[in-house]
Ligand binder design. Structure first.
Ligand code: HEM
Length: 404
């Protein structure tokens, strides 16, 4: 048994037992952040806060939701929306947060791509980020099943059908995933479990890994400058804060982060109170009916770009293109062959690559929402081809890039 002195304060009592002061020093007070970063670097914190909002609002919804095919629709649309005090508020908060979190994830991802924050030493930050993207996608999809409306049912049908692997017709796999021939009680049960238990646990673990992977390489900066964190931190500690290129995370940088979070929350609650409709599909206000297929089945806006990569091709090619779109972003740190971790604006061809990719994803998203007819289907087809061509071109153009 180790020797314990009598603690003189509550803080000391906890420090003796849990090392809270060491934790606070390593994770906050002496976690050095470069000064040369802009508001886009607050998106990680905005994401963490939005995930917190999703957890809390989800817990409130869980108190009244019924995971039963005969009761689920009413438990959401009547009990929560009309009978429980402020139930509507928690539902709107949850639905808007689930949609907005993807907007912030995309901004956070493209900030990382623009500034080359996935390069040497930071590959694991990127890969854990991509795993978070996949986990959030699974979380959003499983949550979408729960109100058991028409879109829940038919989106569940379409997405699980993908696992038949096209012409391979592996229908047994689809039935195994559904627990039935069609989405029914077993399906709702397992997606409920995934949504409220397994995937949130995975997300929490991944956020821990993401933060851990950031600790040693530190966050990048606007000019890709290599900073000697020891030297700069020493200047800061000795009081020469103006000359130092870094500041402490707590409380200095966190105050800036919280300013951006506050602005985000104004926007967020504006959506919750005045514009929540975009986060809910009107078709999903009809109860699930396996005998009536909706005229257009499309996913939520954040999945539209990858849906549009699946749609314009024949069944098997479409599936391969879709699978490609799901995994290719993971490989970015390895497909980008240039050592330059500087903003895209200084990287010649890569700058063009970046902007074409961004516009292409927006075009794919817009086309994914429209019916696949006439000019829309041609534009969608070309945009899908451009997406694939951009990834094939990436190693070539980055290999040619001059070392800065
Ligand atoms: C959804 C949950 C996520 C949370 C809570 C989260 C949180 C954070 C935080 C707090 C930071 C440090 C500050 C900042 O740069 O914003 C960060 C950095 C980073 N994240 Fe995420 N992130 C998430 C998802 C992602 C995704 C989907 C990607 C992309 C694949 C990603 C890639 C990165 C990269 C590359 C950095 C390093 C930025 C730099 O060094 O400048 N993250 N993340």
């Amino acid at each position: 048994m180790a020797h314990f002195e009598k603690a003189k304060s509550l803080n000391e009592w906890f420090d003796q037992r849990l090392g809270v002061n060491t934790l606070n020093r390593v994770l906050a007070k002496e976690y050095w952040i470069p000064k040369d970063i802009n508001f886009l670097w607050a998106m990680g914190m905005v994401l963490a806060i939005t995930f917190g909002i999703l957890l809390v609002s989800g817990i409130f919804l869980l108190m009244y939701y019924q995971p039963n095919v005969d009761l689920a629709f009413d438990s959401v649309n009547y009990t929560i929306m009309q009978e429980v005090g402020y139930g509507w508020l928690w539902r709107h908060v949850h639905a808007v947060a689930a949609s907005v979190v993807f907007l912030i994830i995309y901004i956070h991802m493209f900030t990382g791509i623009y500034y080359g924050s996935y390069k040497k030493g930071r590959e694991l930050i990127w890969i854990s980020g991509m795993l978070l993207f996949v986990a959030f996608s699974a979380e959003a999809f499983s949550g979408y099943m729960l109100p058991w409306g028409q879109m829940s049912y038919w989106a569940g049908m379409v997405i699980t059908n993908l696992f038949s692997m096209g012409s391979l017709e592996m229908n047994g796999v689809v039935e195994w995933i559904r627990g039935d021939y069609v989405p029914a009680q077993a399906f709702l049960d397992r997606f409920f479990m995934l949504h409220v238990l397994l995937i949130p646990i995975v997300i929490l673990l991944l956020i821990g890994i993401h933060f851990g992977a950031l600790r040693l390489p530190h966050v990048n900066n606007q000019n890709g400058e290599e900073i000697d964190f020891e030297v700069e931190a020493e200047k800061y500690r000795s009081g020469n804060k103006a000359a130092s290129k870094v500041i402490a995370f707590a409380n200095d940088f966190m105050a800036k982060d919280m300013f951006v979070v506050a602005v985000f929350l104004v926007f967020f609650f504006y959506l919750v109170f005045w514009n929540f409709g975009f986060a809910m599909d009107p078709v999903n206000f009809d109860p699930a009916d396996g005998l009536v297929t909706p005229a257009h089945i499309y996913p939520e806006w954040y999945f539209l770009w990858s849906y549009e990569i699946l749609r314009p091709f024949s069944k098997d090619i479409g599936l391969i293109a879709f699978a490609f779109a799901q995994v290719i972003f993971f490989l970015l740190p390895f497909l980008d062959r240039s050592p330059n971790a500087v903003p895209a604006s200084r990287r010649g061809l890569f700058n063009i690559w970046f902007w074409v990719m961004l516009v292409d994803l927006i075009v794919l998203t817009a086309m994914g929402k429209l019916p696949p007819e006439g000019i829309y289907s041609t534009i969608g087809y070309v945009a899908a081809l451009v997406f694939i061509a951009l990834w094939i071109a990436l190693p070539i153009i980055t290999k040619l890039e001059k070392k800065l």
